[in-house]
Design a protein around this ligand. Sequence first.
Ligand code: BTN
Length: 251
Amino acid sequence: MAASGDEPRIVRHDVVDSTSERAFAEIAAARARNMDVHVARGQTIGRGRLGRAWDSPPGAGLYASFVLMPPGPWNPAALTIALGLSVLDVVHDLGATHAALKWPNDVVVDRAKLAGVLAETRDLDPRRPCYVAGIGVNVARRDFPAALVAERPVTSLAASGVSCSVDDVLRRLVRAVPERCAQIEFAVERLESDFVRAAGLRECRVRAEVASGPLLGELVRLSIAEGLVIRPDFGAEMRFALEHVRALAPI
Ligand code: BTN
């Protein structure tokens, strides 16, 4: 991002509806700056991907939303991958060395979800693009509501053996997010190769969930510009735009 030199401005909230809502409210009021970071102790209506809720009890996790204002629009898949990698960099650095990425940008430990990212835009103006990157990391919690666990396995840094504070995570994230976002413009091939490695997809058979249904085959290439290229077990190579890939995992 050309504006990557902008100093982060941390905006602290107590318990709010959603840090991403607070970020959008500042954008609407023309008070937002690149690298504003809205952080809350808790959220009452934390949002997750695909219309899900993000359970956000006070003090138990990092709930942060970054305002990102690059000079020109970003490829949405590139942003998604950059943000997932930035969270992964942070949790690796803190000692969760087994953490991995799950398509498109869930951070998991032994398949249990540790962190999630929700990148949003509203009324995107290509001349003055603005994104809100909402990041939730389970830090201290060891108990999760039964309804959440019934949906999928979940974990936290504490439950994965990493003892740190919410602020430790935040401090690292304010460095990692602009570093990874700069790669969208200057080192996109690095994002592609780091993602493939972080998701355990290198040189292996994969299962992809695309518009026509599930597809099994060999991953030939994952390219932000060209999309996902798979050689199916039966038939010729196929290519899919990344935004049409619903799931992608090694088998
Ligand atoms: C996911 O479903 O994996 C994405 C979860 C994103 C949660 C974060 S917490 C901070 C920010 N505010 C929200 O309301 N959601 C995001």
